[in-house]
Design a protein around this ligand. Structure first.
Ligand SMILES: Nc1ncnc2c1ncn2[C@@H]1O[C@H](COP(=O)(O)OP(=O)(O)OP(=O)(O)O)[C@@H](O)[C@H]1O
Ligand SMILES: [Mg+2]
Length: 273
């Protein structure tokens, strides 16, 4: 089935890497691929997270994404969708917004701290204090682990959020992992060896290596993500359906990059635990 969209239904969002076009319809949010195969990355990452114990062992949740074919401005395009996770009366407050509202703009406060480890501790502790979410430090650690495993380099301070309902806060389901798996072929060009791209990738929001950002948080709050090691066969089987949405000529290239990213990163990930 193809979902039809036109420009005037577009919802604008600010982002550091430009924003994917998105629409809300029938209780679902739709996002269009922008720089590569983001829809496939969201879909595959959320399916792999299904095998983790996030929702059985922690109070945290993650958004399920589904690959989509959409007719946008008269053209058939790829993207993904997710069920609206907001309950009536609930709104999403990004950390950027939360701290600005408190007169503590993060782009001013964080650079003043002397080290990345202190920045992680400050952000985790202050968010917990402001919201009353005592396990926010564990939530942040989990986010950094998910990003480190899938190489999601777009965890800016609008992609970390809490939910608010009448002054009461709750944990936001983990969302927007679509920059993972080297999906952005503009920033991660096709002519560069994926191994080199993986080695040089930098994690947000602290602009350090993925391992460091994850280890700082794990050392402070303990490891949170329990997920099996994936074989190449398991990854290829997960890729089959979403790959069928992309042009035949791109499928081998996408599958190769996705497998290499997860197989490389999970070795690092296990080593750090
Ligand atoms: N399933 C959903 N339920 C509720 N709100 C959603 C959902 N998906 C997206 N949103 C809203 O849209 C915003 C942007 O979503 P998302 O971060 O996935 O898009 P994006 O274009 O990849 O973002 P960016 O490029 O700005 O990081 C979220 O902060 C949230 O407000
Ligand atoms: Mg986002």
């Amino acid at each position: 089935m193809t979902v039809h969209f036109v420009t005037n239904e577009k919802i604008a969002e600010t982002s550091s890497k430009g924003n994917q076009e998105k629409w809300q319809e029938g209780g679902r949010w739709y996002k269009l691929d922008q720089f590569g195969y983001e829809g496939l990355a969201e879909t595959v990452i959320s399916r792999l997270l299904e095998r983790s114990s996030i929702e059985t062992d922690t109070p945290f949740r993650f958004v399920r994404y589904r690959i989509e074919r959409m007719n946008v401005h008269g053209r058939d395009r790829n993207g993904c969708s997710s069920a609206n996770f907001l309950q009536p009366g609930e709104s999403i407050i990004t950390l950027s917004h939360l701290f600005k509202r408190e007169g503590l703009p993060l782009n001013k406060v964080l650079p003043r701290l002397p080290s990345d480890k202190q920045r992680v501790a400050w952000l985790a502790g202050e968010t917990a204090a402001l919201t009353g979410l005592a396990q926010f430090p564990q939530y942040l650690t989990l986010l950094f682990e998910v990003d480190a495993l899938f190489l999601n380099d777009d965890r800016h301070l609008n992609n970390i959020a809490v939910l608010e309902n009448n002054g009461q806060y709750n944990y936001c389901p983990i969302f927007d992992n679509g920059a993972g798996l080297l999906s952005n072929v503009q920033l991660a060009p096709m002519d560069i060896d994926p191994a080199a791209l993986i080695r040089s990738a930098k994690a947000r929001p602290f602009n350090t290596t993925f391992n460091r950002q994850m280890i700082y948080a794990q050392n402070l709050y303990g490891p949170q993500l329990h997920i099996p090691t994936f074989t190449e066969a398991a990854l290829r089987s997960e890729l089959e359906e979403p790959l069928s949405y992309y042009a035949q000529r791109d499928r081998g290239f996408i599958a190769e990059r996705v497998c290499q990213t997860v197989l490389t990163r999970q070795k690092q990930f296990k080593r750090q635990r």
